[in-house]
Design a protein around this ligand. Structure first.
Ligand SMILES: Nc1ncnc2c1ncn2[C@@H]1O[C@H](COP(=O)(O)OP(=O)(O)O)[C@@H](O)[C@H]1O
Ligand SMILES: [Mg+2]
Length: 234
C-alpha cells in the first residue's frame, strides 16, 4: 500500500539517501534499522512529507504523494523527534486541539479512551510542562492515534522511555498491527525492534544494504549475528 521508489536526498553537497526503495504492506511491521548517521531520520522526514526528496517517488494506495499532500496527512500518522505538543495545555486540551484539526468523530469519547490506553487519564487536566519524557511520549502516541491513521511511522519511538513505557508502546504497536495498521519503525537498536517486526531493512550510509523477513522461530543470537555482520561489512 505504501511504496517508496528510488528515494534520494541531497543536503548541502552530501548525498544522504541513495535510491532507497521499500514497500510497506497492509498490517505489516517493517523496521528500518541502521547505525547513527545512516540517514534514517532523513528517510523518515522525506517519507512523511517534512522534507522534500531530491529524487524518487512515494506512492500511497496508487497515488503519488507530494510534499504536504492531503491524502498523506490523512492516512499517515507519524511520530518523530518532535512531539508537536503544547506545554501550557493539558493532555485533554492538546488532544482537543488536534482532534478538531483532524475533524475526529466522537472526539470526547475517543480522547478519554486514548488517555486511558496510554495511562495518562489521571493526569488529563494537568499542564504537560512538568511531564517526564515517558509521559510526553505517551501523549504524543495518543495524538498520533487520534486520527486513526492507516499507516504509522515512528522514528526511534523507544528512545528515552522507561521499561514500563516501552512495554506499553510495544503493546500498542502490536494491537494496531492486529487491527490492520501498517507500521514502519525506525531504530538504531536492532534488539529493540526485532521482536516487533515482520521484516527488517538495514540502512547503511544512505543505502538499503539488506532486507530480511523475521520469523518468530528464529533465534535471537543468530539474528543479532546476522545484523552485526551486515552493518560491519563493506
Ligand atoms: N540539514 C542537514 N544538512 C547537512 N547534513 C545533514 C543534515 N541533517 C542531517 N545531515 C547528515 O545526514 C546524515 C544522516 O543523518 P540522519 O538522517 O539524522 O541519520 P540517522 O537518523 O540514521 O542517525 C548524517 O551524516 C548527518 O550529519
Ligand atoms: Mg535519527
Amino acid at each position: 500500500m505504501l511504496e517508496i521508489k528510488n528515494l534520494t536526498k541531497i543536503l548541502g553537497d552530501k548525498l544522504i539517501l541513495r535510491n532507497v526503495s521499500l514497500t510497506l504492506g497492509k498490517g505489516e511491521i517493517l523496521a528500518v534499522v541502521g547505525p547513527n548517521g545512516a540517514g534514517k531520520s532523513t528517510f523518515f522526514k522525506c517519507t512523511v512529507g517534512l522534507l522534500q526528496p531530491s529524487g524518487g517517488e512515494i506512492i500511497l494506495d496508487g497515488n503519488l504523494v507530494k510534499k504536504k499532500s492531503a491524502i498523506a496527512r490523512k492516512k499517515i500518522g507519524f511520530l518523530g523527534h518532535e512531539s508537536f505538543l503544547y506545554n501550557n495545555l493539558s493532555p485533554l486540551e492538546n488532544l482537543q486541539f488536534y482532534g478538531k484539526l483532524y475533524k475526529v468523530k466522537n472526539l470526547e469519547e475517543r480522547m478519554k479512551e486514548l488517555l486511558k490506553e496510554v495511562g495518562l487519564y489521571l493526569f488529563k487536566d494537568v499542564p504537560i510542562r512538568s511531564f517526564s519524557r515517558g509521559m510526553m511520549q505517551r501523549l504524543a502516541i495518543a495524538r498520533v492515534l487520534l486520527a486513526e491513521p492507516d499507516i504509522l511511522m515512528l522514528d526511534e519511538p523507544h528512545t528515552g522511555l522507561d521499561q514500563e513505557a516501552v512495554q506499553l508502546l510495544n503493546k500498542i504497536i502490536i494491537d494496531k498491527k492486529n487491527s490492520g495498521t501498517s507500521i514502519l519503525i525506525i531504530s538504531h537498536d536492532f534488539e529493540q525492534v526485532h521482536k516487533l517486526a515482520d521484516r527488517v531493512a538495514v540502512l547503511k550510509k544512505g543505502k538499503i544494504v539488506e532486507t530480511r523477513e523475521l520469523a518468530e522461530s528464529m533465534d535471537l543470537y543468530g539474528m543479532k549475528e546476522w545484523y552485526e555482520k551486515v552493518v560491519s561489512e563493506g
